[in-house]
Ligand binder design. Sequence first.
Ligand SMILES: [Mg+2]
Length: 409
Amino acid sequence: MANSRKGRHLTQMKITAIDPFYLRMPDITTAADGTQDTLLVRVETDTGLEGWGECDASPLVSLAVYCCPMSHGNIINIRTSLMGETLDAPDDVLRLSEKVLRNGLDIQQIQHAYSGAEIALWDIVGQQLGKPVYRLLAEMSGSSDVAHRKLPYASVLFGDTPEATYQIASGLREQGYRAAKFGWGPMGKFGEANDIALVAAAREGMGSEAQIMVDAGVVWGNDPETAYRRAEAFAQFSPTWLEEPLAPDAIDAYRALTQKHPSVPIAAGEGSNTYRTAEDLIVHGGVQFVQIDTGRIGGIMPSFEVRQLAEQHGIQYVNHTFKSHLSLAAALHVFATNPDFDLLEYPAAGSELSQRLVKDPFRVDPDGMVRVNDLPGLGVQVDTDAIRDYLAPVRIEVGTDTIFAVQDF
Ligand SMILES: [Mg+2]
């Protein structure tokens, strides 16, 4: 044991800092736009390497999971669990994930919050080993390490009216998008005729050759009958899928819906905050597309495990990404090596904050496709000027103790 540790000595890194940063736009609205604020996590090591990750969750609630005082042995914050730990290889990420989740057994938001740190750990290990994260995952799982291009679909909200939706769709088509998803907003709120008119407008604006997807934004809750009727009504516009027609945990309703074999495939899964939730949707809900947010489910590894489950079940894995291209990078590494999972949710209309967060955002190549960066780690660089511009100073005090403070960057 002593020898093997000694053998690793030259490359042994220690985690020296874990810092969550709360960033936000000056004005936050109720629009279903998750790019208005964010929680970034930076992990630093004693060798000077740093990794970054982003969570898609309530930033301050998640930030608390990095600094909350210990309540007992099952409520220990993420920072305490990671500080001083060794980080050299993918196995270390798995070991540390186990430790963090075990120590946070009774912290409900733990996976959500930990996602940012987990992604940052992969970023560091990839840099240390000089390999992109997708290749580390391929080595671990014994699968192909060839990355494949993805067709980016623009992910936007429906306009308030069919006319406004048509304008949005036409604009995306002019920008060269061959696929686009329209979601939330008025969908499901003003009756069937309006719902159909919205989808018709999206199709008309994108043209007959494009792929369109419809995101109902959980609007039919626990009602598989209405969801089924809408799926049948939308079928004339050939959407690739109908997404989240039902509440995230309405597993019985999803089963009732998918057992009727609607003419439009059903997609769901972005609300999965554990591997188990996603498994439930696949195994019991019967969805045909599972959509995983790497920044919610606990990071890259649980996302990769859902990808593997999707492969076993012969359904499609798709990323859910409505944050910056830091999140997009993490999402892309998870399924870059599967050529059949060829669609990529591509944030197309995010806030200035989300657009500025990464120095080298993923461009759509001249062939209309997006490729993972073949660089060590996540392969993207966070723009520290953007962090400075959008940082919300946070100070948390309990009595006379300051348990968290980030005043500037
Ligand atoms: Mg969605």
